[in-house]
Ligand binder design. Structure first.
Ligand code: 5GP
Ligand code: ZN
Length: 110
């Protein structure tokens, strides 16, 4: 499958990892939109948050357990979590990911 994030998981494309376990990988965004900009992804390919189902949602719950651990590790208490679904919402990589943004005042919703 021609998926950049699956290639990052496979180690075929380098990334700056901040967290990894059996189900999840987190790494720094290549084009940071804030001083802290981390992407948290499931190792299982899910195309986006529009493809979350009862069958695959356990990893999403796990991601939301991991996010506070990453925040603690990064020393941030105030942060935003964003997931874009579809081109109109700004999704450019079609592998489910949650952006963690922090380190500056984040204004507005978009
Ligand atoms: P989206 O626009 O789909 O919500 O977010 C995709 C994010 O992935 C973007 O913020 C983009 O900078 C990041 N990105 C795209 N390709 C790579 C890559 O090869 N490495 C890393 N670390 N981030 C990437
Ligand atoms: Zn993928």
């Amino acid at each position: 499958m021609d998926c950049i994030f699956c290639k990052i998981i496979a180690g075929e494309i380098p990334s700056t990892k901040v967290y990894e376990d059996e189900q999840v990988l987190a790494f720094r965004d290549i084009q940071p939109a804030a001083p802290v900009h981390i992407l948290v992804i499931p190792k299982q390919h899910i195309s986006g948050c529009g493809a979350i189902t009862a069958e695959n949602s356990a990893v999403v719950a796990h991601i939301f357990e991991v996010i506070p651990q990453i925040a603690k590790q990064e020393g941030i208490t105030d942060f935003r979590v964003v997931s874009n679904q579809g081109a109109e919402a700004g999704q450019t990589v079609h592998h489910l990911h949650f952006h963690i943004l922090a380190g500056r005042t984040l204004k507005g919703m978009c």
